[in-house]
Design a protein around this ligand. Structure first.
Ligand code: NAP
Length: 303
């Protein structure tokens, strides 16, 4: 059986992905900063700040999926937090590559998370695809450096895939939890202008894409991981309220309130680009949840 090593696999995406990989017959192993016990998956430790990694999982990995990264929406973007957001993705990746090359055993593929923030947080009708350049704002720069780090694996002869991921909608946790809480309180309303797009993806589809990246040897480079439907914040909140059978209120939450609450981080709430799923669809991938209403019905029925 082949082994997939996942960094940051204790988080929202990783926990779901482990189950999918197991169902497909893969062994899984995690690399975590914490000593944990995880049912059927061995957890190995690393301390990226001190450049310490347990060498065992590196030498047994047939594939590496790099999900580690400090949450973008967890805290205000102070200078210190910006540094943590960057280094938790890039220094960790560089450390992995160093250890892979030292081990003498190259994995068959290195698959890295990235974000649709690559294109910048811009509210416009332009539909961004994988050939568009990165933005120069903070998150755009984070994604550029994240992907450049991943490309160093490619330069070392390892197949490399990067997923520019939209907002991941999950059964439990993540952005949907916060939105659902607001709507359940009867406070469902658009945020800011409500015209900004929310490129989203159902967690099952995202994990299917990671599986495809493991199994499909022809897959390389950057791929948008977003559903084909383009949804504005206002439409998103309206559909969520409908599925939850709760009221949908106007007026919108004013932008200045969100700016006071979240500082510069409010950009990722108040602005949002349209992002194309065309490339992944052209590769033959069929979305299980292409439309928001069915995605939400599926996720919320399991709560
Ligand atoms: N969820 C989304 O909507 C979304 C959208 C776009 C991109 N992504 C990206 O996809 C990746 C996984 O997302 P997720 O939602 O599963 O994230 P998550 O739930 O926050 O999990 C990320 C994991 O990264 C590790 N981590 C956190 N801070 C770290 C640090 N300072 N240094 C090293 N490792 C650290 C943690 O694992 P340990 O504590 O076990 O070390 C954590 O469980 C992230 O890089 C995220 O930016 C997510």
């Amino acid at each position: 059986m082949e082994t997939v090593l996942i960094t940051g696999g204790t988080g929202l995406i990783g926990c779901h992905l482990i189950r999918k990989l197991k169902e497909k017959g893969f062994n899984t192993a995690l690399l975590s900063r914490k000593k944990l016990s995880f049912n059927t998956t061995p957890v190995f430790t690393w301390d990226p700040d001190k450049n310490i990694v347990d060498p065992e999982p590196i030498s047994m990995a047939d594939y590496i999926i790099h999900l580690a990264g400090a949450g973008l929406g967890d805290k205000r973007w102070t200078e210190k937090r910006r540094e943590i957001i960057l280094s938790s993705r890039i220094k960790t990746g560089e450390l992995l590559l160093k250890k892979v090359l030292e081990s003498g055993k190259k994995p068959k593929a290195f698959i890295s998370a990235s974000g649709i923030g690559y294109y910048g947080t811009i509210t416009s009708e332009k539909v961004f695809n994988e050939t568009d350049p990165h933005s120069n704002d903070f998150i755009g720069e984070v994604c550029r450096k994240w992907e450049e780090m991943a490309d160093r694996f490619k330069d070392s002869g390892i197949r490399t895939v990067k997923f520019r991921t939209g907002v991941v909608l999950s059964h439990k946790g993540g952005a949907l939890d916060r939105m659902t809480t607001t709507v359940n309180l009867g406070l469902g309303s658009p945020l800011g202008s409500g015209k900004q797009y929310i490129p989203w993806i159902h967690i099952d589809d995202l994990c299917n894409l990671y599986l495809k990246a493991v199994e499909d040897q022809s897959m390389t480079g950057a791929w948008n991981a977003v559903s084909p439907e383009h949804t504005t914040n206002s439409e998103f909140m309206r559909i969520l309220a409908k599925v939850l059978e709760k009221p949908f209120f106007f007026p919108a939450v004013p932008s200045f309130v969100l700016k006071i609450l979240f500082g510069r981080m409010s950009d990722i709430i108040l602005k949002g680009s349209r992002v194309s799923a065309g490339k992944i669809i052209s590769s033959g991938y069929k979305f299980e949840f292409p439309d928001l209403e069915n995605a939400l019905k599926n996720l919320l029925s399991e709560r």
